[in-house]
Design a protein around this ligand. Structure first.
Ligand SMILES: [Mg+2]
Length: 245
């Protein structure tokens, strides 16, 4: 029997499908800014905002990419990158620095409100409830979803935002930090995620069991790596390992 004591989970595209949420969040928080800002500018008799939604989003993306290249240690800290890019865009289009900071922060508040509106896979809550009775559970994400406000937050005793640690996955630091907080050695832990590069490889290299959520066809998997198409199949992996479920 495998003495499995802890399971760590990636979040986006592991416990929920993230694609629609990101698109809605991206256009939603920027749209909110372009709706809220003009009346505020008009009240002060300041010049009106000149960028369209489309041009503004494009400029915002380019600014994020530029800042990430200039400050590579922050490349995975998406909230920081977005804040700095929004501030820079607002300042470049005429707002004083203090007002740019205020509006960038307000837009990011809206970003986080939209970003947590993910819909976990219907099986996720029951699965985590059952696993939580036998294993210590952690979340490790490269994304910038608010870890305390995300809908499955209550199931994890440890939650790590790897980008904000300045060591996004596949850097092993987020895994090691989670394992240290769970007080579990890598060989007694399993990581579950959808990315081969960011989830499976680093976990496997640390000596953790790794479960890859993917429909990609592969001939053979390295030792200690298991593949499933959906999180609901995780109990099957635990059964195969003779780990209790
Ligand atoms: Mg993922």
């Amino acid at each position: 029997m495998t003495s499995l004591k802890a399971i760590t989970f990636d979040l986006d595209d592991t416990l929920w499908d993230n694609s629609g949420v990101m698109a809605r969040t991206e256009t939603g928080h920027y749209g909110w800014l372009l709706e809220a800002l003009p009346p505020w500018l008009a009240e002060r008799r300041w010049p009106q905002w000149a960028l369209s939604h489309e041009d503004g989003l494009q400029d915002y993306l380019q600014r994020r990419q530029r800042i990430a290249a200039e400050v590579p240690e922050r490349r995975g800290d998406f909230t920081w990158l977005r804040l700095r890019a929004l501030e820079a865009q607002l300042e470049a289009h005429g707002l004083p620095r203090s007002a740019a900071q205020l509006w960038a922060a307000a837009a990011m508040n809206e970003f986080h409100r939209l970003r947590v509106q993910v819909t976990p896979h219907p099986e996720a809550a029951d699965l985590l409830t059952a696993l939580g009775q036998r294993y210590r559970l952690a979340a490790i994400t490269n994304g910038n979803i608010h870890l305390k406000r995300q809908p499955l937050a209550g199931y994890f005793s440890v939650a790590i935002a790897a980008g904000e640690l300045l060591t996004p996955k596949p850097d092993p630091k987020a895994f090691l930090t989670a394992l240290a907080r769970l007080n579990v050695a890598p060989e007694h832990a399993m990581h579950v995620g959808d990315s081969w590069e960011e989830d499976v490889l680093p976990a496997q290299q640390l000596g953790m069991h790794a479960v890859w959520i993917s429909e990609t066809c592969v001939d053979a998997l390295p030792e200690g790596v298991y593949q499933i198409a959906h999180i609901k199949e995780l109990p099957g992996v635990l059964n195969a390992l003779k780990a209790p479920y």
